[in-house]
Design a protein around this ligand. Sequence first.
Ligand SMILES: Nc1ncnc2c1ncn2[C@@H]1O[C@H](COP(=O)(O)OP(=O)(O)OP(=O)(O)O)[C@@H](O)[C@H]1O
Length: 266
Amino acid sequence: MPLLSVENLTKVFESGIVRRRRIVAVDNVTFNINEGEIVSLVGESGSGKTTTAKMILRILPPTSGKIIFEGKDIWRDIRKFDEVKNYWREVHAVFQDPYASYNPFYPIDRVLKQALKLLNIDPNTSEGKSLINEALSYVGLQPGEVLGKYPHQLSGGQRQRIMIARCWLLKPKLVLADEPVSMVDASLRGAIIDLFIRMRDYYKTSVMFITHDLGLAYYASDRILVMYRGKIVDEGTPDELLKSPKHEYTKQLLESVPTLYRRWTF
Ligand SMILES: Nc1ncnc2c1ncn2[C@@H]1O[C@H](COP(=O)(O)OP(=O)(O)OP(=O)(O)O)[C@@H](O)[C@H]1O
């Protein structure tokens, strides 16, 4: 059984009172993610990637279709606050702009302490403190260099690493990473993507990268889904897509292939 099954998922946005406007943001999308698999959802801006991710995260209800996680229909079977909270421990998001994920009025320690509280571990005990230190060392940060600092006192790369440290503490079964390195310096991108790959290797975490960057998808994924105007138009391993793209849009994306290796080899 796959970890996540998305079945005929559709999201229609309607706006306007006199003249109704319908936008079919996600159009009958079906795919699976297996345990320990890294899947990238690749597409241009407006193709429906983030809308798909929000429905999987259970923050935006679908118009129709189903999302099954570990056998449960997340919009039908997960309803109580505690069940939703549990779901967010299992399915965790890392967003594009880590700055937006922090409260600017609190030191960054807070996001790590909150993760421990979700696990019912007191962050002020020696167990809590050593877990925070372990998480920071996992992402290559020295506790002394970041703890007690406010978000604006850290670099974009450090903020993103702390979000991954939070993920490491929670050890979710699925991480949804929406443009996780688009705000990070090119020299750090590979290192940050490798942290997700290591989580997959050590803990069998499944990862879904949501990106417009085929280079990232090619470098990091077991499987790539190509999304175009709300539909999945192509699917395969990176090499399958490279060798035999089916859809015209995938072919266009692949025209950037000469740069793939250069950008993601380091
Ligand atoms: N809340 C909303 N109300 C109305 N339309 C929306 C809403 N959210 C998204 N859309 C529309 O749905 C379509 C898909 O948007 P979505 O954000 O999912 O695309 P995306 O592929 O993630 O793009 P990007 O890479 O720019 O984030 C777009 O046409 C967008 O304008």
